[in-house]
Ligand binder design. Structure first.
Ligand code: RFL
Ligand code: PHB
Length: 399
């Protein structure tokens, strides 16, 4: 990388966004000798502190391991064999290891992000935090660039051979694909999640996904002392309008406190927020020398635990494609990137929609009977259970 007297930078890959997709991409490229510069609108602490995903699928763990990023995950993550699916008076365990030979890990996105930042900091990666006015230029030429104002307000330009948009759903990259080229698909669901973090040991050994006439509820966790729980709430709900007591009472009802002696233990709530549910896909995931990865190209509702895993899968495909393109002048993987990545994106989009619509109540009694019928099938038929397990524990990278 070179820096001119005016502060302009030249690198091979300019990455917009220092979330999991952007930081993992810079790591994988560096391990193959391809340098990059990352620009991020938020502070390092803000990005690492955002409470988001909690489940890593097998292929994500495999990729982090092979990239040398899984030491703490091996020590502090918790491997789970499966999940519980339940509805009033019935709880069923789906054992993914028995069904598919694959498992999942409880390890928060906050921890993945800290591990990525530690590895990139140790390697001297250049990341510009707290930038503003990020803009993409000349992406359909072979000298694209990104301009921004650095944290002191100074205008900067990074000129690269490739720009990768890892800037999530609010970043400028997806709109840098011209209107006549891009297609978008979108669905907004008529409900949201109220999520809490609580300083209390989980009341379950593995995650519980619960259908209930009052609405969906889920019991997840972050560690042996921290629980993460969710309640279906109407769109537009203000998190602060739900008192802690009301949250624990609703969780107890929907998760079946007292059912077969199972107890939900409440505890101090340390974080409360509302998460809208949306599906979104933008195609193609490449335009000229601009590539999109992660939430910049697609959003899924969290019910299938796919958002972070899909971002990692994109980057797992994109890194070798860019190495071939830039170091070997071989464009085959780069040319195939969008179509290959979109196969998995649409699979996960369908799975996330399927889990969401199976478990959230809409108030329509006909739909409720279909949901219960589907839940009975998924938990009693080997074919139904295996289909869910295969999608949840994750398809291999490159599917
Ligand atoms: P990220 O993590 O959103 O990172 C994008 C980064 O780009 C930065 N950025 C810019 N940088 C420079 N210039 C600009 N103009 C920029 N605009 C934006 C942002 O500040 C940010 O740091 O996307 P990435 O890397 O693709 O990773 C994707 C995952 O973060 C995401 O899929 C999951 O977290 C989704 N998700 C969840 N997934 C789950 O599997 N389970 C969950 O429980 C879960 N909870 C969530 C979530 C996503 C949420 N968002 C996006 C609203 C909860 C929330 C609140
Ligand atoms: C979480 O722990 O935050 C979590 C787990 C599984 C999901 C969604 C969120 O499906």
């Amino acid at each position: 990388m070179t820096t001119s007297a005016t502060g302009d930078l030249r690198t091979r890959v300019a990455i917009i966004g220092a979330g999991p997709a952007g930081m993992l991409l810079s790591h994988l490229l560096a391990s193959e000798g391809v340098e990059s510069v990352v620009v991020e609108s938020r502070s390092q602490e803000y990005v690492a502190g955002r409470i988001r995903a909690g489940i890593l699928e097998q292929s994500t763990v495999d990729l982090l391991r092979s990239a040398g990023l899984a030491d703490r995950l091996a020590r502090e993550g918790h491997e789970h064999r499966g999940i519980y699916l339940q509805w009033p008076h019935e709880r069923h365990h789906l054992d993914f290891v028995d069904l598919t030979g694959r498992s999942v890990w409880v390890y928060g996105q906050t921890e993945v992000q800290k591990d990525l930042v530690a590895a990139r900091t140790a390697a001297g990666q250049q990341v510009h935090y707290e930038v503003s006015d990020t803009a993409l230029h000349d992406v359909d030429t072979d000298h694209p660039s990104v301009t921004f104002a650095d944290s002191d307000g100074r205008p900067r330009r990074v000129t690269a051979e490739v720009v990768v948009g890892c800037d999530g759903s609010f970043g400028p990259s997806r709109a840098a694909v011209p209107d006549g080229v891009r297609s978008t698909w979108e669905k907004t669901y008529p409900y949201s999640w109220l999520g809490i973090l609580a300083d209390v040991p989980p009341s379950t050994d593995e995650l519980i996904y619960a259908w209930h006439p009052d609405g969906f509820a889920m019991h997840s966790m972050r560690s042996s002392t921290v629980s993460r729980l969710y309640l279906q709430v109407p769109n537009g709900t203000d998190a602060q309008s739900w008192s802690d007591d009301r949250i624990w009472e609703s969780l107890a009802t929907r998760l079946g406190h007292g059912q077969d002696g199972w107890q939900l233990t409440p505890g101090p709530i340390t974080e409360k927020s509302v998460l809208p549910m949306r599906s979104y896909v933008q195609t193609p995931m490449r335009h000229g020398r601009l590539f999109l990865a992660g939430d910049a190209a697609h959003i899924v509702p969290p019910t299938g635990a796919k958002g972070l895993n899909l971002a990692v899968a994109d980057v797992g495909l994109l890194a070798p494609a860019l190495v071939d393109l830039l170091s070997k002048d071989d464009a085959r993987l780069a040319d195939a990137y969008s179509a290959t990545a979109l196969r998995r994106v649409w699979r996960c989009t369908h799975f996330s929609w399927w889990m969401t619509t199976m478990l959230h109540t809409s108030g329509d009694p006909f739909d409720e009977q279909l949901q219960l019928s589907q839940l009975r099938w998924v938990t009693s038929s080997a074919a139904g259970a295996t289909g869910l397990a295969e999608n949840y524990a994750g398809l291999p990278i490159g599917f």
